[in-house]
Write a protein that binds this ligand. Structure first.
Ligand SMILES: Nc1ncnc2c1ncn2[C@@H]1O[C@H](COP(=O)(O)OP(=O)(O)OP(=O)(O)O)[C@@H](O)[C@H]1O
Ligand SMILES: N[C@@H](CCO)C(=O)O
Length: 293
């Protein structure tokens, strides 16, 4: 059987709404495929009770259609849905890699980005590729209408995931239609700083470059305790904190030695707000990995 481990991702990174994304070392989905006359899907693992097995409603069904690659597809979820960690995208990216190999389609990882984004269109209404690109390519990715730019990076991060859900579709509904020139200028400066930080593997520059008054404040307001969690993480040594994707995950960038303290204090701050959470101490890492069971 062909299997793929497809990593969780964090999109936006504050200053790069719908543009920036990173692959995370943990958690990940595992997708197993074998040829079949019609696509059938089974889902197990984190939050599987909320994920439809109907191929017309599951991101991997959209990918199987796009590749004309019917298969029995087993999805073992490591990435909880509606987490801000690219759950739907991890499955779509994993299925794209697995089915491309299963049917010898010969598409490159870059060519699989729009294929996997078909799954995102299904669940969030827009084929945004800022989660599927890093899950497929690894590292830090910049998605624009002209294509994807990728750079390997290994920035240490903590992602704290509270026991609340925010659907990407809902969180897209509150994105403001306009932004002030002041906020645009600040965001462009921060996005440039963050990009240099990724290229240099510098957590100080990456953390400093995550600030933005565009989109992030509206998204943060959906996460009870966000301000306290952010403040606590910064006090424990985080170089920057923002909403992961559409939330409710909260992403902190830090130096490797500070990860444990940052994770502990974020969990405590959510706890003070009456919300249980768990934290992944991880780093920007590789993309989807194909192997044979
Ligand atoms: N294979 C799949 N894995 C996860 N969710 C799926 C899958 N197929 C369909 N869905 C649906 O997609 C929705 C979750 O996707 P959503 O984009 O809201 O969360 P996310 O991927 O964790 O967030 P984000 O994009 O902000 O990182 C749920 O409604 C879920 O039922
Ligand atoms: N850029 C998308 C990513 C969702 O993970 C959004 O923020 O809506």
């Amino acid at each position: 059987m062909l299997s793929v481990r497809a990593p969780a991702t964090s999109a936006n990174l504050g200053s790069g709404f719908d543009v920036f994304g990173v692959a995370l070392g943990t958690p990940a989905d595992v997708i197993r495929v074998e040829r079949a006359p019609e696509t059938e899907i089974t889902v197990t693992g984190a939050g599987s009770q909320y994920i439809p097995e109907d191929p017309d409603q599951n991101t991997v069904g959209a990918v199987a259609d796009a590749l004309d690659a019917p298969a029995h597809i087993e999805i073992d979820k490591g990435v909880r849905p509606s987490s801000g960690l690219g759950s739907s995208a991890a499955s779509a990216a994993g299925a794209a890699v697995a089915l491309n190999a299963l049917y010898d389609r010969g598409l490159s990882r870059e060519e699989l980005v729009p294929v996997a984004a078909e799954g995102e269109a299904l669940v969030s209404g827009v084929a945004h590729a800022d989660n599927v690109a890093p899950s497929l390519l690894g590292g830090f990715t910049i998605v624009t209408d002209d294509g994807v730019t990728q750079v390997d990076a290994s920035i240490p991060v903590v992602v704290c995931l509270p026991e609340i859900t925010v659907s990407t579709r809902d969180a897209r509904g509150i994105v403001p239609e306009t932004a002030s020139m002041t906020d645009v200028v600040e965001t462009v400066g921060n996005a440039a700083t963050l990009t240099v930080g990724m290229a240099r593997d510098d957590p100080e520059l990456v953390g400093r470059g995550m600030g933005s008054e565009i989109v992030t404040p509206e998204r943060a307001a959906l996460i009870d305790g966000f301000d306290a969690v952010s403040e606590a993480a910064l006090e424990a040594g985080a170089t920057g904190v923002t909403v992961s994707g559409a939330g409710p995950g909260v992403l902190a960038v830090c130096h490797a030695d500070d990860r444990q303290a940052v994770a502990g204090t974020m969990i405590d701050a959510f706890d003070d707000a009456g919300i249980e959470s768990r934290a992944y101490q991880t780093a920007v890492s590789d993309g989807a990995r194909l192997y044979r069971d």
